[in-house]
Design a protein around this ligand. Sequence first.
Ligand code: ADP
Ligand code: MG
Length: 717
Amino acid sequence: MVTLSKLYTMNPGQPKPEYFLDNSIEFLKGVGSARGEVLKKELEIFTFGDLLQHYPFRYVDRTKIYTIREVNDQMPYIQLKGKISSVTAVGIKKATRLIAQFRDETGMIELVWFRGIKWMRESLKAGVEYIVFGKPTLFQNKINIVHPEMEIVSEVSENINKSLQPFYNTTEISKVKGIDSRAILKLQRNLAERISFGEIKETLPEYLINELKMVSLKDALTAIHFPHDVNELRKAQFRLKFEELFYIQMKLLKLKLLRTERSRGKIFSKVGDHFNYFFYNRLPFQLTNAQKKVLKEIRIDMGSGKQMNRLLQGDVGSGKTLVALMSMLLSIDNGYQACIMAPTEILAKQHFETIKKFSGDMKINVELLTGSTKNKDRKRILENLQSSSIDILIGTHAVIEDDVQFNNLGLVVIDEQHRFGVEQRARLWTKDDFYPHVLVMTATPIPRTLAMTLYGDLDVSVIDELPPGRKHIKTVHYFESKRLLLFGFIKDQIKLERQVYIVYPLIEESEKMDYNNLMEGFESITREFPLPQFKVSIVHGRMKTKDKEYEMKNFVEGKTNVMVATTVIEVGVDVPNASVMVIESAERFGLSQLHQLRGRVGRGAEQSFCILMTGHKLSQEARLRLETMVRTNDGFEIAETDLKLRGPGEMSGTQQSGIVGLKIADLAKDSQILVLARKSAIRLLENDPHLVLSQHANVFSKISSMEKNKTNWSRVS
Ligand code: ADP
Ligand code: MG
């Protein structure tokens, strides 16, 4: 018989990869073309190297054997030792289930098979001692183990029961096609047999390995799949997590280095008339200390001669818009134009109005450019941009179209940036030969670890203080049974001339149902709050932009009391008179989103309220989210909890799942390793920015090979 790997070496037409691990996966013993397809399609395992990096997600201690009496359904995978006393097939015509009674000296437990019944029935032997391995589950008030692994004690291979057994991620489809966790383990064994671990090159500098007492890459890669004990496993995990995070940091920090080296920034050397006039004559309140601190950081950056790339984080309502405006005035003072980009038309328009209002009698020319700007106006705006008679351009995506050419763009502010793709960010960068300064603002507090990874190439400023006089937003969680109470409360608030938001979820998969819920809600609200005393606005994604804006405007101007909406109002909208935020089906929102929504109220001087409405059935996680909201108003605390609950892949701001693309590190759990990795990377680049030292030769080649496989990276930086 010719194995595929033999075929491979016999075929001279096929160039043999230089590096063993670059071999295509179908050439591994036990794979072949059909299974190769499954591995590629389902698990993204294309090469030997990919398989080696398909790390286990869990390990089970196979040295421990439980007694049947100890077993409960909360246990993970466990081992039992005992004998089979009877085997019964259940089913009317054809057996659909096989049940074996399994006993040790403490009791009896049922083992159940739904597949492979005939084969199991023939192979199970009575009176022989087995090791049974599986997960206990509760079924019809009895604990059983479905599809256990069975091994005859006298035949048990030494190495299995003396070690931690790895479990690998697979998919439903891959399992049906025969590739389950066990199959992967088998392939890992086949790979380990063929691999010469000497061929695996070390990727970290030797001094770093010694300093942090790390194991070598080849030892780590062996131990991660075949650990002898927990200690060895921990060491392997540390090494691989460190390496993963270290190279992400290297990549980001190198990007930053490159940018500061290559691109000279426009130098904003002076604080001029516009800024000063604004500060002394137009600013209606004192800046908070946090705003002052951040403005100073921005001023220093923009005067440094290097291009600024700064992320401004600040909780909702912390006054980022003002910081943006004052930074733009600095740009104008130094003879440059500025631009602010918002994710939605409503927001762009609101920025436009806020900035108009704030600037009042100042001699600056501010224009708004969005998708719905009329052709005639658009033409005029484009001309005036080129002749530099526009100082500040405010807009949506429309501002990054190719024909929007600035004469002299000095500063770009990107509001709520996570709504802009990275690509779009990059397009702004290159609007000019000289890069403009860039300020990215986000109201989604990002946990430190995630920020370091996602925005590791940016400098970070934080506004960690709200303007004075803001009242803590009182948050409650009501079940549906309190709806009458809720309506009464809303009426009272409206009598006090406050305004109210009522928000419904609108999630794409069940869009139609959600739409119906929203409309039903709207109807019952208009019944409950009849004209002329109460006026209700509605805004949702299916409306025309024009109608949305009309409704929004009515609410902003106080012409309506209640705003019924989907999450389109989530970001940025500022109506200081609104004091109540009702969130319907609150269990369906993520924490960050709930927090964003709550931030729409509490912007004026009045006590504000957030009411989370839910049905009675709640998952444990939903309960935790609601409790967190009721407990705290602190955006960073909420973001940390969110990260723990959901994992970084689903954090808002990184919705493109897998954006971080981590194989082993976990940003929620491995923050210490991340800090260590970042520090090590910073130090390395300080000593050797261009990686020319011989001790960094392997770092250089690893980074070069990462650059070749750019697919993941284009999404990150
Ligand atoms: P966000 O950070 O969410 O974008 P905004 O810039 O919309 O916050 O500010 C929220 C509200 O607080 C606005 O009405 C703004 O005018 C007001 N504000 C901003 N800075 C201050 C301050 N230092 N003192 C009082 N009010 C402020
Ligand atoms: Mg804002």
